[in-house]
Design a binder for this molecule. Structure first.
Ligand SMILES: [Zn+2]
Ligand SMILES: [Zn+2]
Length: 162
């Protein structure tokens, strides 16, 4: 869990801020495992809570959608979100809140931003040749002798979408 004690900010004047350094190894962001998370986040006391903003770099392993080989994908994202302070009344536009004991848990927020930042259809390379539709050979590493020239053009179109 990535969390910081921000109790000092809760009572601080508006505009007071804390710089939070994130530099972790492997992290499980609930349902997303990343190899590392690095970056700097600033927490600023604002009128309706704590404004959290910063930029992060990360990396994770996924399977290429064409050839199914695993690929390491670096990605980065900027985040900006307001956290409600403990005891403050709920607001529909503020989804996150600082814990009652003054801790700022960033894991759910990082998970949300990471999911948006990672590619939906990861490729090992832009010109990955994928698997042979007939024998399943990985065409990036081996040439098979299947005749795939007779593929129905509608299927070929589908294949391009994959
Ligand atoms: Zn591939
Ligand atoms: Zn083949």
């Amino acid at each position: 869990m990535i969390r910081f004690d921000v109790s000092a900010l809760i009572k601080a004047r508006l505009g007071a801020s804390l710089v939070l350094d994130i530099d972790t190894g492997h992290q499980d962001l609930t349902d997303l495992s990343v190899d590392f998370l690095r970056g700097t986040v600033q927490a600023i006391r604002v009128e309706n809570g704590l404004l959290v903003q910063g930029s992060l770099e990360s990396q994770l392993g996924l399977a290429c959608v064409r050839c199914l080989e695993s690929v390491v994908l670096p990605f980065s994202f900027e985040l900006e979100e307001t956290f409600r302070l403990p005891g403050a009344s709920p607001k529909p536009d503020i989804l996150y809140q600082v814990d009652e004991d003054g801790w700022l848990n960033l894991t759910p927020l990082l998970r949300e931003y990471a999911w948006v930042a990672i590619p939906m259809k990861p490729l090992c390379s832009p010109n990955c040749q994928g698997l042979c539709p007939q024998c399943g050979t990985n065409r990036n590493v081996e040439i098979c002798w299947c005749d795939t020239s007779q593929i129905d053009p509608r299927l070929a179109m589908l294949k391009d979408l994959l």
